[in-house]
Design a protein around this ligand. Structure first.
Ligand SMILES: CC(C)(COP(=O)(O)OP(=O)(O)OC[C@H]1O[C@@H](n2cnc3c(N)ncnc32)[C@H](O)[C@@H]1OP(=O)(O)O)[C@@H](O)C(=O)NCCC(=O)NCCS
Length: 198
């Protein structure tokens, strides 16, 4: 499986995956996402900022994720355990329902961890809808801990905030590579649209 930066031409394909995930989630009564969020404009902004990555298998896009350091303003009140407020944030993780349960989500999240370490982040932050069992189980199995909750407009339930600490690995030290990810806006000025979370 190849994970690469997304290009503009990939956006409709990723939007198709998102739409199929939304349909599946809603069929299970999970209203984490809907027809409003995640939307195409947000994905296009992700591409422009170099945040959107796609997972490809045999030339076909089967999953996607946005990785950046944009924290919704709701994160400010969360008791994160890592005191360095600069964190890699995972948004819009999705795997095509036809390809779920084959380890793709796990590999995308392992990729996120590698990216976080490469860029010198000491933690990864994300929010997940508590009823989205697949995602919650995935994150817990990867070692993420629930540290609090945040609310977004139009969502019945609060989202669980989850965090993975990235202790420095021993061995030869390497300077962080500040390229690729967009510049850090202070918490609260980041780019999460008001439409939703996850
Ligand atoms: C969450 C999601 C990305 C997982 O992707 P995936 O490729 O199916 O996950 P993986 O196959 O890598 O699963 C890894 C582990 O996660 C857990 N998991 C994944 N799907 C699960 C499910 N439906 N029920 C319970 N546990 C699940 C399991 O522990 C699994 O390991 P196992 O298969 O060895 O038991 C996918 O279900 C998805 O796109 N969901 C809709 C969108 C979404 O909720 N995104 C998250 C936003 S916060």
């Amino acid at each position: 499986m190849l994970i690469r930066l997304a290009e503009s031409k990939d956006v409709p394909v990723v939007m198709g995956i998102v739409a199929r995930c939304v349909r599946d989630l809603l069929a299970q009564g999970i209203d984490q996402w809907d027809e409003v969020y995640p939307d195409e404009e947000t994905l296009r902004e992700d591409v422009q900022s170099g945040s959107l990555f796609v997972a490809e298998q045999e030339g076909k896009i089967v999953g996607a994720v946005a990785l950046n350091d944009e924290q919704p303003e709701q994160y400010r009140a969360v008791p994160w355990r890592c005191h360095d407020d600069r964190a890699l944030v995972v948004h819009r993780l999705c795997v095509d329902p036809d390809h779920q349960r084959h380890g793709i989500g796990r590999r995308i999240m392992e990729f996120a961890e590698t990216q976080a370490r490469r860029h010198g982040f000491r933690s990864i932050r994300l929010e997940v809808y508590p009823t989205a069992a697949a995602a919650v189980t995935l994150y817990v199995r990867l070692g993420y801990l629930r540290v609090g909750e945040v609310r977004f407009p139009r969502r019945r339930l609060a989202f669980d905030c989850m965090e993975l600490l990235l202790p420095e690995k021993s061995g030869p030290s390497r300077a962080p590579e500040p390229k690729l990810l967009p510049a850090t806006p202070p918490a609260g000025q980041g780019g999460m649209p008001a439409g939703g979370g996850g």
